[in-house]
Every structure is written in structure tokens, then in C-alpha cells.
Design a protein around this ligand. Structure first.
Ligand code: NDP
Length: 485
């Protein structure tokens, strides 16, 4: 019998599901059981071409509609996502292995927030009137055209919406390529958008590996590329897009610092460290994986952290009591276990976890290392799994310098009761998305993105509008033209 996760077809183009079985089969594996639950096919060159052609035609119709009309479609889609949250969350759990306890509140709901927020903004995207004496200039905020979205595997529904919603609000169309690891959820987003009244061709989804992404990025019909992925992929995609001066948004990886001063509320800081390391089994780009703890409270912090980490419930992701799921794939599990072994070999002190869980599924136990030093591999490289490094520090000046000593700059957090210090430290940290006495909140109203190697551009908030539109300025002369001859 066909598994309920099996989509109708691999791609969604020009308002309908499309199959081309000539494309390489991509098995979809449920991370909890290791069972193959679905198969999709990578896009052939004909599918890539059809998606781009439909996006090009659809964009012309969509851009002519008023912002209010476009916004209405997005807001209707948000309502449908919310109505179907339970089923969409189950699908997200099949796609990623993340526990239903999380997907019910963080995936389709976050996608719906983006559609609602940008749907609300769509009618108010106006230009300026700039008086120049008796002359004047006016500006128009125009769509870019066909945009490409390329997603990572940790938040397939959310990424499809975080890219699609601002792109569409501005009058662009999109061809979205999910990660080959999690191909299912973006198809539902496309289906729901069209059910909500989107003209055919405005939001298309095609499957495939890196080469399909590469074909999209280099196509001359594409005006903009928005990628969520790793830094090495970001470098390649950014370079390929640059050849044609395409716009880019790059949401890449991180090795973010979370700094806990000795006056912090210990339980809140421990809660922040747990949210910033173990949610989605650590597969979150903005995670605060370098937890700097001031020496005076170190042992107290570690004891409370170990105690609370022991409360994680590993189990069937579909059971709402489960609070910690498997890694997305066996390969990712092995990568993470490799880092755990490096941590042990390089002399970090294992506080808890440190191995594959003794059960079915690709589970890595929530792992905490203490006495981590700045030069250890686990303190330098992004692991993308449930491995927290706790480092000690003495002074503010020292910890800020050490926190900034990385190529990444996605996020940073500070826990302290001294608000002057909190703002001063955040002001000195090289990171795009920061937190004070909290960690990993990502509301659609707040800009999200990194500095340094963690990326360029911002998702969410009014900032995203700037990255999915361009400004035309028009000088209007009211009098005669003066010329030299
Ligand atoms: P990858 O960088 O491996 O892949 C990201 C996407 O790019 C995938 O869809 C991939 O396809 C595609 N891709 C790969 N090569 C190319 C290419 N040459 N041209 C075009 N597209 C290509 O990342 P993962 O999927 O492994 O995701 C994990 C990474 O994503 C982590 O490093 C994490 O930090 C980052 N991330 C960043 C976030 C942010 O907002 N800053 C959020 C979430 C994750 P395929 O994999 O199918 O081959």
C-alpha cells in the first residue's frame, strides 16, 4: 500500500503536479524507522525548463495584480496552512524526523505567519515622492522577476514559506528546490498557495540534488537566488549568481556564541542553552553551540544543565510526549558522532550523552562537553547536531574577543541581569541575529540572517522586502531643459 507521505507527483509546475519518471529516483527515508516512505524523481532538464517558463509567464500576470489582491491570496494560504496544521505537521515529521511536539508549533505555523505577515504588507509597498524645487523625483518599488529558492533539510515547510511569502508579496514568481533529503513539504505549500487563488505558475517546486540547484542558479531567466544551506554551498551559489549580477540572499551556517555571566538567572540560561542546542536535535543554523560560562558559576551551570538534559524524552516522533527526535539521516548521524569522538579525543570533558542512543532510528544522545577550549574542532566547526560545547571565561573583554574569533556570524546571545552590560556586549558581537536573556526566537516580524561567512541579506520583517524588490527612480522636470549646446 502507498504510504500517506507519498506525494501525487514529484514536481509542482504551472499550478499542477507533474511527474517525469526519467529523473533520478530520490528515496524519502523516515528517520525514525529507516523505512522508505516515498520516492520522488529529480528534475530532468525538461522539468527545469518547464518550471522556469511557467514562472516567467506567471510572474507577468501576478505583478499586474494590485498588492492588496496579492496579499489576499497569501493570507488565504496562511489560513489554509493553519486549518491543516495537524496533517502538515505529521508530514513535516515524516520528512525530517523532528518530533510532532515541535512540528505542531514551529513549522506550518511559522510558514503561515510568514504568509500572513507579507500578505499584510503587500498592499503597502509604495515608493517615495522627493521634491526638487519645482521638479520632483518619484520612486517605484518593482518586482525582480523570477526568483529561485533553494532549501536546507531542517525546516522544509518554513523555508519554502520564508522565501516564497516575501518574494510573492513583491510581485515575483518563484521556483523552489527543496533539499533532496526533505522533498515533501514544499509541494504542499505550492498546492495550498494555488488553492488560495495564486495564478498558475507563480510558485513552482521542483526536486533534485545540487545540479538541479546549479541549473536554476545559472539560468538567464532568473533574477534572484535565495539559499538556505551550508557555507561551502553558499560560496558556490553566490559565485554562480554573480556571473549574471543576480541578486542573492544567503542564509548559511554558524558557530554562534551564547555568553552566560555569573549574575545570570541560572535556570533561564540553562533553558536558553537547551533551546539553542537541542531543539530539532541540534539541526538549527542559529544554534548557540559555543556556550561561554563565567568561571564562578560554571559547576553550578553544568550540574543544572546535566539534570535538565536528562529530562529529554527520546522516542517515537509521532508521540506528542517525545521531545527529542532522531537526526535527519543516517549520514548526518554519523557526521555528528564523528565530532563527538573528536571532542573526546581532543580532551573535552563529557558531561552527558556522547553516543548513539541504544534504540531504533538515527538518534544521537543530547551531548554536553565541558572544559572545551577555543582551538578544539568541536568549538570551531559547525556540527549541526545535538552537541553543546561549554567554554569557561573570566572577563567581558576576553569573552567578546573569543566569541568573535570565528569565520561565522549568524547569531549570538547574552545572559546577564546587568542590562548595560547586555547591550554593550551585544553591540560588540559580530552577529546578525542576537538575543538578550533568551535564545533562538525567530518571529517573522524580526529580521533574520548573518554577517561574515554566515551570509548576506535578511529574511523576514520589512528587511526581506528590500531583498525581493528593486527601486526605480524617475526624475520629472517641470520646466525647460538646459543644455551646454
Ligand atoms: P547544503 O549546503 O548541503 O545544501 C543546501 C541546498 O543547496 C540543498 O537543497 C542542496 O541540494 C543545494 N545545493 C547543493 N549544492 C548546490 C549547488 N552547487 N548549486 C545549487 N544548489 C546546491 O546544506 P544542507 O541541506 O546540508 O543544510 C544544512 C546547512 O544549512 C547547515 O550548514 C546550516 O547551517 C545551514 N542552514 C542555514 C540556515 C540559515 O537560515 N542561516 C537555516 C538552516 C540551515 P541537495 O542537498 O539536495 O543536493
Amino acid at each position: 500500500m502507498t504510504h500517506p507521505a507519498q506525494p501525487i507527483a514529484s514536481h509542482f509546475i504551472n499550478g499542477e503536479y507533474v511527474e517525469d519518471a526519467a529523473g533520478t529516483p530520490i528515496p524519502v527515508i523516515y528517520a525514525y524507522t529507516g523505512e522508505q516512505i516515498a520516492t520522488v524523481h529529480a528534475a530532468t532538464p525538461a522539468i527545469v525548463d518547464a518550471a522556469l517558463a511557467s514562472a516567467e509567464a506567471g510572474q507577468k500576470i501576478w505583478a499586474k495584480m494590485s498588492g492588496t489582491e496579492r496579499g489576499r491570496v497569501l493570507r488565504r494560504a496562511a489560513d489554509i496552512l493553519r486549518e491543516r496544521n495537524h496533517d502538515l505537521s505529521v508530514l513535516e515529521t515524516y520528512d525530517t524526523g523532528k518530533p510532532l511536539q515541535e512540528t505542531l508549533v514551529a513549522d506550518a505555523t511559522s510558514g503561515a505567519d510568514a504568509l500572513e505577515y507579507f500578505g499584510g504588507l503587500a498592499g503597502s509597498l509604495t515608493g517615495e515622492h522627493i521634491p526638487m524645487g519645482e521638479d520632483w523625483v518619484y520612486t517605484v518599488r518593482e518586482a525582480l522577476g523570477v526568483c529561485v529558492g533553494i532549501g536546507a533539510w531542517n525546516y522544509p515547510t518554513q523555508i519554502a514559506c520564508w522565501k516564497g511569502a516575501p518574494a510573492l508579496a513583491c510581485g515575483n514568481s518563484m521556483v523552489f528546490k527543496p533539499s533532496e533529503t526533505t522533498p515533501l513539504c514544499a509541494l504542499k505549500v505550492a498546492e495550498i498557495l494555488h488553492e488560495a487563488g495564486l495564478p498558475a505558475g507563480v510558485y513552482n517546486v521542483i526536486q533534485g540534488m545540487g545540479e538541479v540547484g546549479g541549473a536554476l542558479v545559472t539560468d538567464p531567466r532568473v533574477a534572484k537566488v535565495s539559499l538556505t544551506g551550508s557555507v561551502p554551498t553558499g560560496r558556490k551559489v553566490y559565485a554562480a549568481a554573480a556571473a549574471d549580477m543576480k541578486h542573492v540572499t544567503m542564509e548559511l551556517g554558524g558557530k554562534s556564541p551564547m555568553i552566560v555571566f555569573d549574575d545570570a538567572d541560572i535556570d533561564n540560561a540553562v533553558g536558553g542553552a537547551i533551546n539553542g542546542n537541542f531543539y530539532s536535535s541540534g539541526q538549527v543554523c542559529s544554534n548557540g553551540t559555543r556556550v561561554f560560562v563565567q568561571k564562578g558559576i560554571k559547576e553550578k551551570f553544568l550540574a543544572r544543565l546535566a539534570e535538565r538534559t536528562g529530562n529529554a524524552v527520546l522516542g517515537d516522533p509521532m508521540d506528542e510526549a517525545t521531545s527529542f527526535g532522531p537526526m535527519v539521516t543516517e549520514n548526518q548521524m554519523n557526521i555528528v558522532l564523528g565530532y563527538v569522538e573528536k571532542g573526546k579525543a581532543e580532551g573535552a570533558r563529557l558531561i552527558c550523552g556522547g553516543k548513539r542512543a541504544d534504540r531504533d532510528g538515527f538518534f544521537v544522545e543530547p551531548t554536553v562537553f565541558a572544559d572545551v577550549t577555543d582551538d578544539m574542532t568541536i568549538a570551531r566547526e559547525e556540527i549541526f547536531g545535538p552537541v553543546m560545547s561549554v567554554l569557561d571565561f573570566d572577563t567581558e573583554e576576553e569573552v567578546v574577543a573569543r566569541a568573535n574569533d570565528t569565520e561565522f556570524g549568524l547569531s549570538a546571545g547574552v545572559f546577564t541581569k546587568d542590562f548595560t552590560r547586555a547591550h554593550r556586549v551585544i553591540g560588540n558581537l559580530e552577529a546578525g541575529s542576537c538575543f538578550i536573556n533568551s535564545y533562538n526566537d525567530a518571529p517573522v516580524e524580526a529580521p533574520f540572517g548573518g554577517v561574515k561567512a554566515s551570509g548576506v541579506g535578511r529574511e523576514n520583517s520589512k528587511e526581506a522586502i528590500k531583498h525581493f524588490s528593486q527601486v526605480k527612480s524617475v526624475y520629472v522636470r517641470m520646466g525647460d531643459v538646459e543644455a551646454a549646446f
